[in-house]
Design a protein around this ligand. Structure first.
Ligand code: NAP
Length: 282
């Protein structure tokens, strides 16, 4: 997401893009000096401890990166009068039911990642900083590893695949998130829309199995090396895959608030996935 933000935010003004060497979120208090040095009007934080299973084994580090570091950014933003833009996750919800979560739905994270991301949210809201907090889901980008890339590799290697079909959400491109972020920053800075918490995800819904099938069948149609037959992509429950962290079944996010506040249309998830595949498959 950081990569796409560098592209989308560049036209907004002078941009300082810092990596983990320059801004170490594992040492939260060190970020105060970083912010004071850059003196930003807007801080956009795409850093996080996103290794959901590993976070179960290193909760203190996850908390520093996902909760304490954003709290320092928020404190510094508040004292400098800067905006803070931050990202959170569908994993702050417990995943029950089958209706889309609204921004004010009760939270109930089921793993360390979700818990620490929620703590980060709470700290930002409590800081008094002007903020935009986007909860998103199932993020992919053309840069770095992602689910689609893994499915393409496995589909080329194996005769059979088993993919979870009882977790439902919307694959959302980092490109879309970055473009919406740029639009939203313009709007809030101009006073045309209020800050706060917004759900940001592509339209529609699918399971990981549905997502995998879209990826693999698109690759097959494009002539990419695909070994697995369509009917050999099995849909299985989450219980078939033991992971360190529990994951929510219902990751649907209701994006009505965002679309209304910013006058935006969010494209169907397939549109972004197809674009990513067009890049990956060439
Ligand atoms: N991926 C998803 O499915 C998903 C879903 C919902 C919400 N989100 C949220 O979206 C945001 C962006 O996530 P993403 O998908 O872009 O994740 P990502 O690809 O894992 O990127 C996380 C970034 O955080 C940086 N980082 C990790 N530890 C750091 C540290 N100690 N100090 C400084 N930087 C550190 C990493 O830098 P290095 O590369 O240098 O390690 C990396 O650039 C996060 O807030 C995440 O919680 C993601």
């Amino acid at each position: 997401m950081g990569w796409e933000l560098q592209r989308a935010l560049a036209p907004l003004g002078e941009l300082s893009a810092l990596d983990s060497d320059e801004a170490d979120f594992a040492a939260p208090e060190s970020l105060a000096a970083v912010v004071r040095n850059v003196r930003p009007d807007v801080i956009v934080n795409a850093a996080a401890h996103t290794a959901v299973d590993r976070a179960e084994a290193e909760p203190a580090l996850a908390r520093r990166i996902n909760a304490e570091a954003p709290a320092v950014l928020a404190r510094e933003a508040a004292s400098a009068g800067a905006w803070l833009v931050h990202y959170s996750t569908d994993y702050v919800f417990d995943g029950s039911g089958d209706t889309a979560w609204s921004e004010d739905a009760p939270t109930g994270p089921r793993n360390v990642y979700g818990t620490t991301k929620l703590e980060g949210e709470i700290a930002i809201r409590a800081s008094g900083a002007r903020h935009l907090l986007f909860r998103t889901s199932w993020v992919y980008g053309t840069r770095g590893g992602n689910f689609a890339r893994t499915m393409l590799r496995l589909a080329g290697e194996r005769d059979r695949l088993a993919v979870i079909d009882d977790q439902i959400g919307a694959p959302t491109g980092a490109e879309l998130i970055a473009d919406v972020t740029a639009h939203a920053i313009r709007a809030v800075v101009a006073g045309a829309a209020p800050g706060g918490t917004y759900h940001l995800a592509a339209a529609g819904e699918t399971s990981w199995h549905g997502y995998a099938c879209r990826v693999i069948e698109t690759a097959r149609a494009a002539g990419a090396p695909v070994k697995v037959a369509r009917e050999a992509i099995a849909a299985v429950p989450s219980s078939e895959f033991k992971t360190a962290a529990a994951r929510p079944g219902n990751s649907r996010l209701d994006t009505t608030k965002l679309r209304r506040a910013f006058g935006l249309t969010l494209p169907p998830w397939q549109a972004g996935v197809d674009r990513m595949l067009a890049e990956l498959l060439t």
